[in-house]
Design a protein around this ligand. Structure first.
Ligand SMILES: [Zn+2]
Length: 462
């Protein structure tokens, strides 16, 4: 199956490029074809279109430069030849099947060979952006398993158990077909940035043996629910229990929180035995404290050094920064809906901080901060994690929202410091990689692992 991957700018933040430049390692053919009127159409379906018009051939080693022109069209230059591509058309640069690669000379990737210039195997489609961002778009069209060869190394260590890596391969392959951000309007399945989707750095000639084996052994397998690819969210460490989707994420289109629940993204216990101490009491502060204080509890993920964390914030740091953070979050469009100020709209001297509402894993859903000017509420997992980050200090975004708060006070009752004791790393929804490793080592295969984290789903061929 062909996948269409949007290639982002060097900062991984935008799909809109001012100009593009590629070098082809083998002879490449340049085609033009009409851009379909329907925005949802992925370009991968068009690469072999019979209505395409051949424009030129670029010899091996040639540079292919593309620049915007007014009115939505663009130009492509190969050597001394310059061709106009009118608005409403796509340019395909196709080095053909085999070992040919296209390397970017206009945008870079950290860690790529050849001075940060990433190489791609597959055809590249170039077209004009029709949304407000405009500019030129570049999309790579390649086999879904070739895509995975570029993704897997950034997602899971090659030293993990093969069944855990296989589970990750199926989850990452599924995610590419149904990422959380709908890239239909961009005419791609997925983008290559970890800021938005999952990181794809291009051709990887040094793929570890275990990664290769996992991709081949699960070739073209994806997870489905009701016949469609699932939203295969995953994270690093869930701290003993995974979380329900609606307790962590807002609706991507409406920003509504909580959003509609997702039937297969339900929190599950990571306890090895249902009768153990930590089973059956999830979601409470007491449960988090039990896990935090019990050495290495009997869960699939407790072996990881990401299982527990601790952050201590002094009263001076709290007072100096929390009011700024609250004001910034209230002013920013993406966080404003999740910060509720008091009637005074002021952030006064802090009197108390507490978690008012938790999800099934104990993940904080709602935080309240009592100040002399009234009570502030902060909602949603990532917003809560960012709320405690202190600029220019070692205190970054919290590793998770699964934490308990211990406040120490002076004799006069004023806060002298707050201590956050936390579990896990990441949102904890769907599969957790360290848990997958724990279950694999305990003898479960990748199908059992995936059925545990994504309940009620099937494995089908993409
Ligand atoms: Zn994306």
């Amino acid at each position: 199956m062909k996948l269409t991957v949007g290639l982002t700018t060097s900062d991984l933040k935008r799909l809109s490029h001012g100009s593009l430049r590629f070098r082809t390692s083998t002879q490449a053919r340049l085609y033009q074809t009409a851009l379909p009127g329907t925005a949802g159409t992925r370009l991968g379906a068009l690469v072999d279109s019979s209505s395409r018009k051949e424009l030129a051939t670029a010899p091996a080693g040639a540079n292919i430069s593309i620049g915007c022109v007014a009115g939505g069209g663009f130009t492509v230059s190969v050597g001394a030849r310059k061709i106009n591509i009118p608005a409403g058309n796509i340019l395909f640069i196709d080095p053909g099947l085999g070992t040919g690669t296209l390397s970017s000379l206009s945008f870079t990737r950290a860690g790529a060979k050849g001075k940060g210039s990433p190489s791609y195997r597959g055809a590249i489609a170039v077209y004009s952006g029709t949304d407000a961002a405009g500019g030129l778009r570049a999309a790579l069209i390649l086999d879904i398993d070739d895509y995975l060869r570029g993704v897997l190394q950034s997602e899971i260590p090659a030293s993990y158990h093969i069944e855990a890596i296989k589970a990750q391969a199926v989850a990452a392959r599924t995610y590419a077909l149904n990422p959380r951000v709908d890239h239909g309007p961009d005419r791609v399945n997925v983008c290559d940035s970890y800021l938005c989707c999952q990181y794809f750095g291009g051709l990887n000639t040094n793929l570890a043996g275990s990664h290769r084996t996992a991709i081949d052994a699960t070739s073209h397998q994806i997870l489905t629910y009701d016949g469609a690819p699932i939203l295969a969210l995953f994270s690093s460490n869930a701290g003993g229990h995974t979380e329900n989707f609606e307790n962590c994420f807002s609706d991507i289109r409406t920003n509504q929180f909580p959003p509609q629940a997702v039937p297969y993204l339900r929190g599950v216990s990571e306890a090895f035995h249902p009768s153990s101490l930590v089973a059956g009491q999830a979601g409470t502060e007491k449960y988090l404290r039990t896990l935090y204080s019990s050495g290495v509890p009997p869960t699939a993920d407790a072996w990881s050094h990401h299982f527990k964390w601790h952050v201590s914030i002094s009263a001076a740091q709290l007072e100096a920064h929390l009011h700024n953070t609250a004001a910034k979050m209230l002013a920013a469009a993406e966080t404003a809906p999740f910060v509720i100020p008091p009637a005074s709209a002021k952030f006064g001297h802090i009197l108390d901080i507490s978690v008012d509402k938790r999800g099934v894993s104990g993940s904080a859903i709602e935080l309240s901060i009592k100040t002399r000017s009234g009570e502030w509420k902060v909602k949603k997992e990532l917003v809560i994690r960012d709320f405690f980050a202190i600029p220019k200090s070692s205190i970054k975004r919290l590793k998770s929202a699964r934490f308990v708060i211990d406040i120490t006070r002076t004799g006069a009752g004023l806060i002298s410091s707050i201590n956050l004791k936390g579990l896990g790393w990441g949102h904890g929804v769907g599969m957790q990689q360290t848990g997958a490793q724990g279950w694999a080592k305990a003898g479960r295969d990748y199908r059992q692992i995936l059925a545990h984290y994504y309940q009620g789903t099937k494995i089908e061929r993409a």
